[in-house]
Design a protein around this ligand. Sequence first.
Ligand code: AKG
Ligand code: FE2
Length: 307
Amino acid sequence: MIPILDYSRFTGSDSAGFVADFGRACRDTGFVVIANPPVSSTLRTRAFEMSRSFFASPLADKVEMSIARSPHNRGYSQVGEEFLDEKSGIRDSKEAFNIGLDLAEDDPRILAGEPFRGVNLWPDLPGFRDTMLAYFDAVHAFGVQLHRAIALDLGIEEDFFAGHLDQPLATLRLLRYPAATGAPGEIGAGEHTDYGTITLLTTDGVPGLQVRPRDGAWIDVPQVEDAYIINIADLLMRWSNDVYVSTPHRVLPPPAERYSLAFFLDPNPDSVITALPGTGAAKYPPVTGADYLASRLNATYEHKFGT
Ligand SMILES: O=C(O)CCC(=O)C(=O)O
Ligand SMILES: [Fe+2]
């Protein structure tokens, strides 16, 4: 039900076939596994290693970079700080670290107080910053390429999305899930949909991620080595006037400690999201990228993000 597609088809001689299969998945479960991604496995491995060292550092060091002190959605979120399924009231067992578009302290957008524009917080770990910035750029570029496939599938200009994704509200999120303890009601990450356009996720191979198609039961996401799990998120569902589907998913308490790297691609803050050409009469009012993200993050955290 969740297709596995080979990215080399897109860059090679079967671009149209890839676009058709990818588009079908976007309309169907909204989840697809992509093998042979354009992100080097060396870089991916280094990012996992750095993530492990970060989470292994003392809690006191990690909470110094607490996301609760950041109005820009950057920094560390400790075990139990979030509930992705806010209705359940059950807190997620994961811990996380968020990295955004890297800006200098004196960037005019920061000085102007633009929403979500801030400096990243960096742990004192040799190589961490360089690795994460290289990884951010590689996955961002991959995400932009996938939006070319999306545009082709939707029959709009191939580079339609490029100008909406060049200074994005994207977040690279390092995630660590402790092994299941068996406590009642325990959950790694509660049932939710993602907020942005697409999410590009890669895991260390420990299972846990499940998807619930809107008309069905929970299914496990297939594990493919070195692959990326791509899913449609809510803002692209809205942008596509519900032609594409953002599907609920969750992470079960894993059988062993589990690491993943999620890249949430949200558009530029001032992008105005209205029904894409050819998708019929708009079902939703226009919204900016920044206002939409703020509304969603404020439901997940107890502290507030302003715009
Ligand atoms: O870690 C995973 O496998 C998925 C995480 C996820 O869905 C999220 O953070 O939005
Ligand atoms: Fe998610």
